[in-house]
Design a protein. Structure first.
Length: 108
């Protein structure tokens, strides 16, 4: 016996699919704690973008702290070596990115 049809036609099936996809995306944003995008596409999602930048800043801050602790735990010889210098340069680059994020947060 064939499976009974759930939808009257292809348009109804596609509309149901789009609703399921929208709901899945909305649930994913809720799980991440992000506010939804505005309903009108011409309105910017400033609150959502600020939250995402704040989360990125928190992660980068954690990376900077862990790298500093790692660097401080190494011997003076390692800190002054080429590896130590390269490590410190990368840490400085990450700090510059974090400072740029902070500047973005202040300007908005």
């Amino acid at each position: 016996m064939p499976t009974p049809k759930k939808h009257a036609n292809a348009a109804a099936r596609n509309a149901a699919y789009r609703r399921r996809q929208e709901e899945a995306r909305r649930q994913e944003l809720l799980r991440k704690g992000l506010p939804p995008l505005p309903m009108v596409s011409t309105i910017p999602g400033e609150a959502r973008w600020k939250k995402m930048l704040a989360e990125a800043g928190a992660l980068l801050s954690m990376v900077v702290d862990e790298r500093e602790a790692y660097f401080d735990d190494r011997s003076d010889e390692w800190q002054e070596s080429d590896k130590g210098d390269a490590f410190q340069e990368r840490s400085d680059a990450i700090t510059n990115i974090l400072d740029g994020l902070d500047d973005l947060a202040l300007s908005s």
